[in-house]
Unconditional design. Structure first.
Length: 267
């Protein structure tokens, strides 16, 4: 089990699959590398694909310190790349992973070939925040009801019903790492909420693709054009009808879209 070490000594678990041009896949807030399980093999068929557990999740360390921030997570990714012996890679981040990916590309441009920002945001105060009805649904005291609200923000009703009515118990990989301690969940939430990359975005030099679902209210779709206009030369692709977990439910559209972008100019 590969373990890198962050600057503060925190152990960072990661996995590498496949071969080819390196590609880093970055998960959402409070999630481990398993966020990518449903589609990882599709990327590993074309790339040396690296996934990692954020500090506080999975098999990584879980310090209860002020070390959780999106720029800090970006430094953790660089530590993992160093440990894996990867000098330069494509970076594909979704949700909070997309926020971290912005800092990697802005602060470590020599490490990034191509950049994909999925269902993400530049953060407050310039980004578009989720509405009060979404915050209320996620913050309700009934844990089961809050989890159901999150599930419905991630996937369309038809997709959920198909899996819930199937022969096997459905497994959803995007609803948070169940093994996270409460302090790590709080610190992940705070890190994502404090993200503000607005002034850094014009420094991004990597060719950039912004991807978002048109029905995403968890991280409103209006953030996609904001990022596209702010990152020099960025392109935007919206996936009709997709909610926050577009990369899983709409994988037949999203994965080839991303792979084609990464393959441009022989990358």
């Amino acid at each position: 089990m590969p373990l890198a070490e962050a600057a503060d000594g925190t152990a960072l678990h990661y996995e590498v699959h496949g071969s080819g041009r390196p590609l880093v896949l970055l998960s959402g807030q409070s999630n481990s590398h398993r966020w990518w399980d449903p589609v990882r093999d599709d990327f590993a068929a074309a790339h040396q694909t690296l996934v990692l557990d954020w500090r506080g999740t999975g098999a990584s360390g879980r310090p209860d310190t002020d070390s959780y921030s999106t720029p800090g997570f970006a430094r953790d990714v660089i530590a993992v790349l160093d440990h894996a012996g990867i000098d330069r890679a494509h970076v594909y981040g979704t949700s909070m992973g997309g926020r971290v990916a912005q800092w990697i590309a802005a602060d470590h441009p020599e490490r990034v070939d191509r950049l994909v920002l999925g269902c993400t945001s530049p953060g407050a105060p310039h980004g578009v925040e989720r509405g009060p009805e979404v915050r209320g649904a996620l913050g309700q005291p009934d844990v089961a009801a809050a989890r159901r609200a999150l599930l419905e923000l991630m996937y369309t009703p038809g997709w959920i019903a198909e899996r819930e009515n199937g022969p096997e118990e459905p497994v959803f990989h995007t609803l948070g790492d169940p093994g996270m301690p409460p302090h790590a969940r709080r610190r992940h939430l705070r890190a994502s909420a404090r993200h503000d990359s607005w002034d850094a975005l014009p420094r991004i030099a990597a060719p950039t693709l912004v991807v978002h679902g048109t029905a995403d209210t968890f991280n409103p779709t209006a953030n996609a054009p904001l990022l596209t206009e702010r990152v020099p030369g960025a392109r935007m692709r919206l996936i009709p009808g997709a909610r926050h977990a577009y990369f899983e439910e709409f994988a037949e559209v999203a994965t080839p879209l991303v792979l084609d972008f990464l393959a441009e100019n022989g990358a």
